[in-house]
Design a protein around this ligand. Structure first.
Ligand code: FPP
Length: 260
């Protein structure tokens, strides 16, 4: 694979949490909708798929920064259940890109103690990709570093329907009383089972939409939208998102603790 076109990633990015950020109040889990790859490429007169290739570099840089700064989990929306409707060439490019990135980066992920998981209906993916995913998941399962979740063939509504079916099956088998179904038992049937809900959702390229992403899990997340196209998302943009997060008063439906 040839080198991606230049983005604004600084290879000397700081290894430690910047002093402007309050280290005690970082989100434990950041979710990202990596939007704007196509527009980034088109604005440079490049084919859209070059934007996805550059997007991988932005994702790698974001993962490393989150890990270095002490954020516990990063969940990225890589391919939605709706993305199959894109032109066949683009879908094929993305599937091959996922395979190549996994092959190329697995050793680094292992060295950096990243635990990678792929969330979504994985059976619909090409067989080779499924095998690479299974291998990467197994090989990093015991790692103690950042949790990196890649949502692939993921849809929030489909995830909720699947969870409902799984609970219904348990009830029909007599293993679960319907009145015992609560938020915890439903959350345990989601792809994200065991993961803390995201505190912060970042969406790039200026769209103010959730786009069927983590519909249950984002219930109380703070949302940061930036106009930056995903391939240009860099240390400065991440810092801005985190500063924005730290400026919010999170009330979870209650009152501000400073309210008299
Ligand atoms: C949205 O931009 C981006 C995607 C649909 C693909 C994102 C995938 C990656 C960055 C690759 C990740 C790879 C791995 C292995 C985790 P868009 O195409 O919708 O942009 P547009 O809105 O400008 O058209």
């Amino acid at each position: 694979m040839s080198r991606p076109p230049a983005t604004s990633h600084d290879l000397t990015a700081s290894k430690f949490c910047p002093p402007e950020l309050d280290r005690e109040r970082l989100p434990a889990h950041v979710a990202v909708i990596m939007d704007g790859n196509g527009r980034w490429a088109e604005s440079r007169g490049l084919p859209r798929v070059m934007g996805h290739r550059a997007g991988v570099e932005a994702l790698k840089a974001t993962l490393r920064l989150c890990s270095d700064w002490g954020i516990g989990a990063l969940t990225a929306y890589a391919f939605s259940t709706e993305n199959w409707s894109r032109p066949g060439d683009e879908v094929n490019f993305l599937m091959t890109l996922f395979e190549r990135v996994l092959q190329r980066e697995l050793r680094t992920l292992e060295e950096e103690q990243v635990r990678i998981r792929f969330l979504g209906d994985l059976e619909a993916l090409p067989l080779k990709l499924q095998e690479l995913i299974s291998d990467a998941t197994d090989r990093t399962a015991g790692n103690g570093g950042i949790h990196f979740n890649v949502c692939t063939n993921y849809g929030g509504r489909r995830e909720l329907v699947r969870a409902a079916q799984r609970l219904a099956r348990q009830a029909a088998n007599g293993d679960l009383a319907p009145e015992d179904i609560d938020e915890n038992s439903l959350a345990a049937e989601l792809f994200t089972a065991g993961e803390q809900d995201p505190d912060l959702l970042i969406r790039t390229s200026g769209e103010h939409r959730i786009s069927n992403f983590l519909l249950w899990q984002l219930a109380y997340a703070e949302i940061h939208v930036t106009d930056v196209f995903w391939p240009d998302f860099n240390e400065k943009a991440l810092k801005q998102a985190l500063l924005d997060f730290q400026s919010r008063s999170r009330r979870f439906g209650g009152l501000d603790p400073l309210t008299p």
